[in-house]
Structure formats: structure tokens, C-alpha cells
Design a protein. Sequence first.
Length: 128
Amino acid sequence: MLSETFITSIRAQPKTANTAIAKDVGIYLHELDPAPKIKSSFKKSSTPVNALAANSTHIFAAQADKAVVHVYSRERGNQEALISFPERIHCLTLVGDGILVLGTAEGRLILWEVGVFCCVCGALIDLF
């Protein structure tokens, strides 16, 4: 049977009380097969636009107005790591399955190797 999966995130907590939204959940993994359902939810995340990336095993979420990226395991459904950076992260994307490219609020790029969770380049790359 045909199945489709997609990921959504919310930036901050809702200001009004709404019982349909879990208070501490920020990322949802949806599945359509054939009826829509929430397959997984990941807590403690406030992700801005263009700051969420996923590969086959992990979800990477830059936190709004912070220098932190949360790493979630798609297989186990939990937060696997919290990675701190020297500058606030503005956006991020994956190159293939192995390199996470992070754009900082100050206009620099950080290249991060996903498999070993270490910085690929010795210095930040200035764009300006």
C-alpha cells in the first residue's frame, strides 16, 4: 500500500489554551496511509522556518533564537543529542545524508559531519 510521511514543526507554544495541541511537543512526524495520523511527536523544540532537516535516521532542529540544534532519533522516537554552537543558528539543511550545513544569524556557515557529530571544517566560513 502506498504511504507518505512528512514532518511539521511549530515555533512556539500557543498563547491560548487549546486541548488539541500538546504543550511541550514541537515536531510531528505525520503518515498518510491511507488515513492521516501522527506517527511520532518530538518534545522540547521551538523551530523557526528553514531550520528543520531530516534524513532516514534522524531529525535535526535548530532552536529559535538559540545556538543549539536538537537531534532526534526517528527509529527510537526520542531526543538523542543537544549540540551547542558558538553562534545562533538561523537555518540548516542536509547535504546528502552525511553533512549538516548550518547558517548562523551572523552570516557564517558551519559544516557538521552527521555520522560522528563533529565539525568538518576547522573554522567558520564567512559569507560576507
